[in-house]
Design a protein around this ligand. Structure first.
Ligand code: ZN
Length: 255
């Protein structure tokens, strides 16, 4: 990434803008709790969910991947790391409330400045995602189901090369109503054998930041390696990569 400075065409403001260069810097953040404390889940993801995601993304020649976890200093989300992150991927579930206000505000500030943010599965209820959405982000759920993931926006960049329907033999049921604001676009809809439907892939913009929520990824059943799912993750990273990154969120401007 290269830092350039130019004058925005707005009276009275000069902002430092960061524009994308060749490599996309991806940070995978995982609370990393179930895979350490529950043997059955350790078997599913011996390398941690973050490790599994890293394996998938690091095969892409235009991506460098860093993993961090909740118990690291500064909750794994230092200012320096976020400044050097183009897209942040987030998985959390059991310890949502352990995230401090300070960490939440730091991540949100970077999203507003242009950092991409991908919230996976139970990250629908993470403090960061709820803060970005401004709604309860609640849903219905039931363990032990299967899913057919339908692409409903095949021309969207996140759907490029993705089958029209991906079958997930095991996945946790998530059900509408999903209490989110109206998405910019719904790219995927999940149908569950238990009868529920769910907006499983939704895009949003907040400030300069592009956000993708993606439902699959329950910790008891390994799905991220399924080729169509991996393709969606890789596409989502490229889609969420900022072409413009502010040094800080925009402020009011006197004309
Ligand atoms: Zn789950």
């Amino acid at each position: 990434m290269e830092v350039i400075t130019y004058c925005l065409m707005v009276p009275g403001t000069i902002n430092k803008i960061i524009t994308g260069e060749s490599m996309i810097r991806v940070t995978v953040w995982n609370e990393y709790e179930h895979e350490r404390t529950i043997p059955a889940i350790q078997k599913v993801y011996p390398e941690g969910i973050h490790g599994a995601l890293k394996k998938i993304l690091q095969t892409e020649s235009d991506m460098t991947v860093t993993c961090t976890t909740l118990d690291e200093p500064e909750q794994g989300l230092s200012e320096e790391l976020l400044q050097n992150t183009d897209v942040l991927i987030w998985w959390s579930h059991a310890r949502q409330d352990d995230l401090t206000d300070e960490t939440v505000e730091r991540v949100v500030r970077h999203v507003h400045s242009g950092m991409g943010f991908i919230a996976l599965h139970s990250a629908h209820y993470s403090r960061v995602f709820r803060r970005l959405m401004g709604t309860p982000c609640t849903l219905g759920w039931k363990h032990g189901d299967s899913e057919k993931l339908y692409c409903v926006a095949p021309s969207h960049p996140i759907a490029e090369g993705v089958p029209g329907c991906i079958e997930l033999p095991e996945e946790e049921l998530y059900a509408e109503p999903f209490s989110i604001p109206k998405p910019d676009e719904v790219v995927f809809i999940g149908w569950f054998a238990g009868g529920a439907v769910f907006r499983s892939g939704c895009t949003f913009t907040r400030g300069y930041g592009k956000i993708f929520y993606f439902q699959p990824g329950h910790e008891e059943c390994r799905v991220y390696d399924i080729p169509g799912i991996s393709r969606i993750l890789i596409n989502a990273v490229r889609w969420a990569t900022p072409h413009t990154r502010l040094e800080r969120p925009e402020d009011n401007v006197e004309w």
